[in-house]
Design a protein around this ligand. Structure first.
Ligand SMILES: O=C(O)[C@H](O)[C@H](O)[C@@H](O)CO
Ligand SMILES: [Mg+2]
Length: 391
């Protein structure tokens, strides 16, 4: 048995070229504020955290976090790393509880649970490498020949450019497409019409034999969503995502109970109990935790069991290997989100510039390798010139 010897955290700041997103490309929680300018102008994921857990025999497991990397790094360095050094990585359930309970006063959600996630993902990568098995083979094995993925971009912009993007994506074999709304409560009825115009335009391109998912990114509220749902029904969205802020679980449940459009959410929920509440209160018809926020693979797999018992499908936020392995290992995880490989824009695509090994979608599917131990990713040296790395 080899013990954990060290935890190395690094913050990767992208300093390379970026594509400026169109203004107002997605509604968001800040839209409710009285503020000047475009709230999404500051919405960038141009930083990422890598977390490498090394054992005494020199094996290194790789974890990561996208939320607040500099703060999560400090939390790991100061609080969480000391809790796992000297421990056996295969005692991962005990280590998860140790990290969760020793910081329970402040770490149950947000930064603390993101830090736990990064370390836990690294531990699962480590266990895969130490056993010579891909992580999905440690979770339940292959439940799919390949993973169906949905195309996730279509940021709100001019109707013609959204239609052109959807047309291009159609050529790559996707059968699911997620777009972002650009308008919300502050834009009134005129904004509603702009939103509906774009949904109609996308349906004209992709037709009705493909899935269309609609993303609000917490930018609406209960009143606006209740008014919009009947107007959206005829476009048959597969789901309406994060219509209200993450704390408005009652609002989620009311919208989902209207049974007009399935409501999805969870990418801003944390821990097993946090997701169990969304399920038990019937707040979502599709649960979308992100493994690098919710508590890592240990927590995500427990949540998958609770969701399966309630027959709520789990389609994790973001794609990326820490989520793909769970989707491969669970029949109740039918498809994956997939950010197409793009020049760095909002930052959802930054993962591709830090890591190697993330599979590219082919004809709307992606594949995992039965013989690649761990998560199957390495830290890339291909784009180092475009990063400032903080140890
Ligand atoms: O579901 C998603 O992909 C997220 O909400 C996105 O990361 C974000 O880009 C908002 O569109
Ligand atoms: Mg989302």
């Amino acid at each position: 048995m080899t013990k954990i010897k060290s935890v190395r955290t690094r913050v990767w700041n992208w300093t390379g070229p970026t594509v400026p997103p169109t203004g107002n490309f997605c509604t968001n929680a800040s839209d409710a504020l009285w503020m000047k300018g475009d709230a999404m102008a500051s919405f960038r994921f141009h930083q990422w955290l890598t977390c490498e857990v090394e054992t005494e025999d020199g094996t290194i497991g790789i974890g990561n976090a996208a939320l607040a990397p500099t703060v999560v790094k400090q939390a790991i360095d100061d609080w969480y790393a000391p809790l796992v050094v000297g421990e056996d990585p295969f005692d991962y359930a005990y280590l998860w509880e140790k990290m969760y309970r020793r910081t329970h006063a402040w770490g149950r959600k947000g930064i603390g649970m993101t830090a736990i996630s990064a370390i836990d993902i690294a531990i699962w990568d480590l266990m895969g490498k130490l056993t010579g098995k891909p992580v999905f083979k440690l979770l339940g094995g292959r439940t799919k020949e390949k993973i169906p993925v949905y195309y996730s971009k279509l940021y709100a912009g001019p109707v013609e450019s959204m239609q052109a993007e959807a047309e291009e994506a159609m050529k790559h074999g996707y059968t699911g497409f997620k777009s972002r709304f650009g308008y919300g409560p502050k834009d009134g009825m005129a904004g509603m019409r702009e939103n509906l115009k774009r949904v109609e335009a996308l349906r004209e391109v992709i037709g009705y034999d493909n899935d269309l998912m609609l993303e609000c990114y917490m930018g609406w509220n209960l009143d606006y969503a209740k008014r919009m749902l009947p107007k959206l029904a005829k476009y048959e969205p597969r789901w309406l995502e994060e219509p209200v802020i993450a704390d408005d679980v009652a609002g989620y449940a009311e919208l989902n109970a209207m049974n007009i459009v399935p409501i999805s959410g969870g990418e801003h929920e944390f821990s097993v109990i946090g997701c169990a509440e969304l399920i038990n209160r019937k707040a979502v018809s599709v649960l979308q935790y992100d493994t690098n926020r919710v508590g890592g693979i240990t927590a995500a797999q427990k949540i998958n069991a609770i969701a399966e018992a309630a027959q709520i499908p789990v389609i994790p936020h973001a794609g990326q290997m820490h989520n793909y392995h769970l989707t491969m290992a669970n029949t109740n995880c039918p498809i994956s989100e997939y950010f197409p490989v793009f020049d760095v824009e909002v930052g959802n695509e930054l993962f591709y510039y830090i890591f190697e090994g993330d599979p590219e979608a082919v004809d709307g599917f992606l594949q995992l390798d039965d013989d690649k131990p761990g998560l199957g990713i390495t830290i890339s040296d291909k784009h180092l010139a475009n990063f400032e790395i903080v140890e």
